[in-house]
Design a protein around this ligand. Structure first.
Ligand code: ATP
Ligand code: MG
Length: 265
């Protein structure tokens, strides 16, 4: 999975990543493997919760219709809701805007034993905010450094951070938005405002390239996920998660209570 990981110090050009990559695997095999991996992830998450040592933060960023919701549904479907949270970050409220941009983020970071998925994140503050010029360059330009420091602090305090950019082409986005438009049962998903962001596609790609290049670190790496084929997207993310969870070398807490004499009447 290393080919999707952005090395620290690397300067990313998204043109080097094929959104339609399938890694040479076919759909049926990918689905079967994802299913097995997700079962494994279920066990690992239970272990994370039971052990109560680690915290896991997963950041999902993407253009509209690239599959953030689908990823959450497919990859995390087997996880126990007790230990998993999704935090979605929308347009900030007046109160949030009155504070620094990390203020609203911090309270949603995972606690011990928890997995938190950020559906959008503090990266919006160097993506849409940069593209729409919501603050001056001087302001957003400083934020990469803040974000590196913020994530380092979380990592130093026991958080495993994995950041996924779901990579699709502009054409694929068009096809997906068109499919929503053509199907009345999908109209609730269609946001006319997405078309304004779509017009700024190239600016967004530049903003993503900078954000990913500036903030992919050893402790908080970015992965550029080929997301044109949903089944491959799910497989790659599941593989990365299982590998990361296994790397935590977790164990069930040692039994300190002596239950040998207990009789239930
Ligand atoms: P979906 O459309 O799949 O329900 P979404 O994540 O696109 O999910 P929306 O409510 O449609 O949710 O959009 C949220 C919008 O808020 C996005 O356009 C996003 O860029 C914007 N947003 C998020 N954070 C910020 C921020 N800090 N400043 C300005 N805009 C933001
Ligand atoms: Mg939207």
């Amino acid at each position: 999975m290393d080919r999707y990981r952005v090395a620290p110090e690397a300067t990313v050009s998204l043109a080097d990543f094929d959104p339609a990559d399938t890694g040479g695997i076919d759909k049926a095999a990918a689905k079967a493997e994802t299913k097995a991996l997700n079962r494994r992830l279920e066990d690992l998450q239970e272990l994370l919760y039971a052990e109560g040592k680690h915290k896991v933060l997963i950041v999902l960023q993407a253009m509209d219709a690239a599959g953030k919701d689908g990823t959450i549904r497919h990859v995390f479907d087997r996880l126990n809701p007790q230990g998993v949270k999704v935090a979605s970050f929308k347009k900030p409220t007046a109160k949030e805007l009155a504070h620094d941009y990390l203020w609203r983020i911090h309270e949603h970071t995972p606690g011990t034993g928890e997995v938190t998925i950020f559906n959008r994140s503090h990266y919006e503050d160097v993506l849409i905010v940069r593209v729409l010029g919501l603050v001056p360059e001087e302001t957003w330009g400083r934020r990469y450094k803040h974000i590196r420091a913020f994530e380092k602090r979380l990592a130093d305090e026991g958080t495993t951070i994995l950041k996924f950019f779901l990579n699709i082409t502009k054409d694929e986005q068009k096809a997906r938005l068109q499919a929503r438009l053509d199907d009345p049962s999908k109209h609730w998903k269609f946001d006319i405002g997405d078309l304004d962001q779509r017009k700024l596609w190239d600016d967004y790609m530049v903003a993503y390239e900078t954000a990913i290049s500036e903030t992919s670190t050893e402790q908080a790496p970015w992965f550029v996920i080929p997301a044109e084929h949903k089944w491959f997207r799910n497989l790659v993310i599941s593989r990365i998660l299982v590998e990361a969870f296994e790397g935590l070398n977790m164990a069930y807490p040692e039994q300190t209570k002596d239950l040998s004499g207990v009789v239930i009447e």
